[in-house]
Write a protein that binds this ligand. Structure first.
Ligand SMILES: Nc1ncnc2c1ncn2[C@@H]1O[C@H](COP(=O)(O)OP(=O)(O)OP(=O)(O)O)[C@@H](O)[C@H]1O
Length: 242
């Protein structure tokens, strides 16, 4: 019998995708399907095209040629270094942006969207920091705020660019557990990473080199070797860094 992962409809499908930057092919002829319920890790050396490919899957970068089909319910968590230091927003504002897919930008949030924002803050241990300016956070706290933004979308396709880079072990564990939990509720999770703990624990590991998929493996056959989701911290103790 086919596994539920194989019978689930694709959350995203790329066909013969190329991305060309002024003559440099960053992504070359990629065919890829991402399915609900799976965590796919994308690995490869610097400059291999991982972020560019993730942007195409997210729909934030149009391919130069080829096609993308995907659910409209996308949550995209960029690298924290890709977000301006000067954003005049609180942590709650940043997380609220994630719920805009449900309400539309700058609209008053309905009760369901407010609950999604509160829950996302709670799951990342950011409730106590909700009113703090985003620009005043440490790097690791920013990473968690951006992930909370992605969770607030309650997306069918959740995309993360190096979400554990520079985090302490505890925060890295928490983020891997959250990715597993998102896949557990049926979302397709795609994560660009150099982190061995992410790469060895994903359901599927796609290797890129020079913009091409050179391997597409399912390294774990009997469940993810990732920590189970834990009861979130409320932040009542110290707000904690990173
Ligand atoms: N906006 C851009 N304009 C021109 N070239 C770009 C642009 N973005 C990326 N590139 C080039 O495309 C290639 C792939 O870049 P990309 O950022 O996707 O790689 P990556 O695998 O994510 O790298 P890293 O592991 O260093 O983050 C690189 O050669 C990069 O220089």
């Amino acid at each position: 019998m086919l596994s539920p992962l194989l019978t689930a409809p694709p959350a995203a499908r790329l066909s013969a995708v190329h991305v060309d930057f002024a003559g440099h092919e960053a992504v070359c002829h990629v065919d890829l399907e991402v399915r609900g319920g799976e965590v796919m890790a994308i690995a490869g050396p610097n400059g291999a095209g991982k972020t560019t490919l993730l942007e195409v899957i997210a729909g934030t970068r149009a391919p130069s040629s080829g096609t993308r089909e995907a659910t409209p319910a996308v949550g995209f968590v960029p690298q924290r270094t890709a977000v301006s230091d000067r954003l005049p927003l609180t942590v709650r504002d940043v997380v609220t942006v994630g719920a805009w897919g449900r309400t539309g930008p700058w609209r008053r949030l309905d009760a369901g969207s407010r609950a999604a924002v509160d829950e996302a803050l709670e799951r990342l241990g950011m409730t106590a920091l909700a009113r703090r300016p985003f620009a005043a956070l440490s790097g690791g706290q920013r990473q968690r705020a951006l992930l909370a933004q992605g969770l607030a979308a309650r997306a069918e396709l959740l995309l993360l660019d190096e979400p554990t880079t520079g985090l302490d072990t505890d925060s890295g564990d928490r983020i891997r557990a959250l990715m597993a939990a998102e896949a557990g509720r049926g979302a397709a999770v795609v994560c660009v990473s150099h982190d061995p703990a992410v790469l060895t624990g994903a359901d599927r590991l796609v290797h890129l080199a020079d913009g091409r998929v050179v391997a597409d493996e399912t390294p774990v056959s009997e469940g993810r070797r990732w920590p189970q989701p834990r009861t979130p911290r409320t932040g009542r103790r110290s707000p904690g860094r990173g």
